[in-house]
Design a protein around this ligand. Structure first.
Ligand SMILES: [Mg+2]
Length: 221
């Protein structure tokens, strides 16, 4: 029998990594960023005056101004945990022949801190990448081309990843937890809401309410 789905894509914050807040929020707190500056940038993004890339670069400049370093960033995400059952699930999905991908609006530092061998597990990793100098000082951010737009556009990323694989979005699975996953969960052939917001659970094809990624292995039998 031909398998219906070929690729499984994951969100990071709240899906592969168990945390109560977005990594962005955690680091804004850590570096005591001026809330007014953050709010005005978010409003400009929401009103489509700046793109996601410009928004991200704006916020990163605040961290740089507060002397952010790689070590401090790692320290402040130390309390985050890899999601229960994540490694077992990723390995088993690979064994079953699925292509794996990360599609995230978060930061690479958190992903690699918890999954150091991510490059050998995922064929595609679409995520914002922090840039540090040789001494570990934060100097900038590299935002994926697909995010240089209004909205995080995970949907567009899924389509382009599928195209590179020679498949359709219908043959893709996406697993996410937040409202920034709404468009991509709708786009994927199988959209899965993982301990998700009510809005995302509403539009998803399947809902996982247990905080254990191994539940995915039953859905994808
Ligand atoms: Mg998330």
């Amino acid at each position: 029998m031909k398998r219906k789905y070929k690729l499984v894509a994951f969100d990071v914050d709240g899906t592969l990594i168990d945390e109560m807040q977005f990594i962005w929020t955690a680091l804004h707190r850590k570096f005591a960023v001026d809330e007014e500056a953050l709010d005005s940038a978010r409003e400009m993004f929401e009103n489509r005056q700046i793109t996601f890339r410009e928004w991200a670069e704006h916020d990163i400049r605040q961290w740089i101004a507060h002397g952010a370093t790689r070590n401090e960033i790692l320290k402040s995400i130390k309390s985050f945990r890899i999601m229960e059952g994540a490694m077992q699930t990723l390995q088993e999905l690979k064994r079953r022949g699925y292509t794996l991908a990360v599609i995230s609006g978060g930061l690479d530092t958190a992903l690699y801190a918890h999954i150091p061998d991510a490059d050998s597990i995922f064929r595609y990793i679409i995520i914002n990448r922090l840039v540090f100098d040789a001494s570990g000082n934060l100097t900038g951010i590299h935002v994926p081309r697909e995010y240089d737009s209004w909205g995080e556009s995970k949907q567009r990323v899924l389509r382009s990843v599928a195209k590179k694989e020679g498949i359709t979005a219908e043959q893709c699975v996406f697993v996410g937890d937040s409202n920034n996953d709404l468009d991509v969960v709708r786009e994927a052939g199988l959209g899965i809401a993982f301990n998700a917001t009510p809005e995302l659970s509403e539009v998803a094809d399947a809902v996982i309410r247990k905080k254990d990624l191994r539940m995915l292995l039953d859905i994808l039998e």
